[in-house]
Design a binder for this molecule. Structure first.
Ligand SMILES: CC[C@@H](C(=O)O)C(=O)SCCNC(=O)CCNC(=O)[C@H](O)C(C)(C)COP(=O)(O)OP(=O)(O)OC[C@H]1O[C@@H](n2cnc3c(N)ncnc32)[C@H](O)[C@@H]1OP(=O)(O)O
Length: 126
């Protein structure tokens, strides 16, 4: 359930445009990008009514804003924050229920470090 839609595109054969269309069916919220003269940008996850959960539209928005940052030649760093005194409550559960192809569980025994830790967070449950 990534913004690039890799799970859907590789397993279900959808194109990037089809993934985008499916994600946009779940509107609400925004990802706001402020690029400052200092070279530091502020990226705000903005969906306070749902504790800043990521709607499908916000996932599309995030990919666009990350692309903008990648092409920002004067950029030095980015601060990621949540609006309204909360960071983010994960994916919008309404969208998850409608779109999740399968549920993944990371069964972690022993260390999960670096990329291993990231892999656990990419799973739905740990
Ligand atoms: C498979 C995807 C996976 C991933 O990408 O890795 C996920 O992220 S799945 C989502 C995981 N997140 C959660 O399970 C968080 C669920 N939310 C909560 O546990 C709580 O809401 C909270 C974040 C701890 C805050 O609790 P509290 O301060 O008591 O506020 P409320 O519970 O009353 O929430 C206010 C309002 O926000 C809605 N909400 C919160 N989180 C989500 C969400 N992830 N998706 C959709 N909506 C969310 C919540 O339903 C309330 O709405 P109303 O009832 O309409 O007021």
């Amino acid at each position: 359930f990534t913004s690039s839609g890799s799970v859907y595109s590789s397993i279900h054969g959808f194109s990037q445009e089809e993934i985008k269309e499916k994600l946009l069916a779940f509107p609400g919220g925004s990802i706001d990008l402020l690029k400052q003269d200092s070279g530091i940008a502020v990226l705000t996850i903005n969906n306070p009514p749902r504790m800043n959960a990521f709607s499908g539209a916000m996932m599309v928005d995030l990919e666009e804003k990350v692309t903008q940052l990648e092409n920002w030649t004067d950029g030095k760093g980015v601060i990621v924050q949540g609006a309204a005194q909360t960071f983010c409550s994960g994916s919008d559960l309404n969208a998850v229920r409608a779109m999740l192809p399968l549920i993944s569980v990371a069964l972690v025994e022993g260390n999960a470090l670096g990329g291993g830790a990231e892999l656990t967070t990419a799973c739905d449950f740990r």
